[in-house]
Design a protein around this ligand. Structure first.
Ligand code: MN3
Length: 210
């Protein structure tokens, strides 16, 4: 059984001016597609059956191709999912009070959370991702991972399990055409296109299963 790829639910130019059309198009049709194809090829080659992408990543960290390509496939799916087109209506994209309350408990305020997340994203050395995760003890944690790793991959060896609800791609391919070396500006731009409703839905789904 192979994974299916979702079409982007918006056009490549719908994140303008925060993420440019060419970057979105190359990012989705080349980078994401490559991870997707390589993941399915690997699963076919080793004849591996799997339940879902999360379990696959949690249980196969020692397989380099699953780690890199499965990670890339999962990470980008999450990233596309939590972005909203610039011209979409604002109120439907609002954060839920239940998530905002937990952010206040863990970070003091939504603004403080964004500042702290920004620091992590800026200081993520080389290529990687910065995450907001819900933990199995119902806390919210910010972390960064290298390459196409994500926090799910480290759950199996940890008593604290982390489940991503928000992720930012800080590989240069995600921003270089428009921002060149200015990752700082790219991170600031990101907040304009986060779909907080989607992030809230992920939060609520995960917490209801803890
Ligand atoms: Mn990417």
């Amino acid at each position: 059984m192979s994974f299916k790829i979702n079409k982007l639910p918006y056009s490549y130019d719908s994140m303008e001016p925060y993420i440019d059309k060419t970057t979105m198009e190359i990012h989705y049709t080349k980078h994401h597609m490559n991870y997707f194809n390589n993941l399915n090829k690997t699963l076919k080659d080793i004849n591996l059956k799997h339940e879902n992408i999360e379990k696959l990543l949690e249980n196969n960290i020692d397989n380099k191709s699953i780690r890199n390509n499965g990670g890339g496939f999962y990470n980008h799916n999450l990233f596309w999912d939590i972005l909203k087109p610039v011209n979409s209506c604002c109120e439907v994209n609002n954060i839920s009070s239940i998530l905002e309350n937990n952010i206040k408990i863990n970070f003091g305020s939504l603004d403080n959370f964004k500042k702290k997340f920004h620091e992590f994203a800026l200081n993520c050395f080389g290529s990687g991702w910065t995450w907001l995760c819900l933990t199995n003890n119902k806390k919210l944690e910010i972390s960064s991972t290298s390459n196409q790793d994500n926090p799910l991959m480290f759950n199996i060896n940890s008593s604290i399990k982390k489940y991503p609800i928000l992720g930012l791609d800080v590989w240069e391919h995600a921003y270089y055409l428009k921002y060149q070396n200015r990752r700082f500006d790219y991170i600031n731009a990101f907040w304009h296109i986060v779909d907080w409703k989607k992030v809230s839905n992920k939060y609520e789904l995960i917490i209801s299963n803890l």
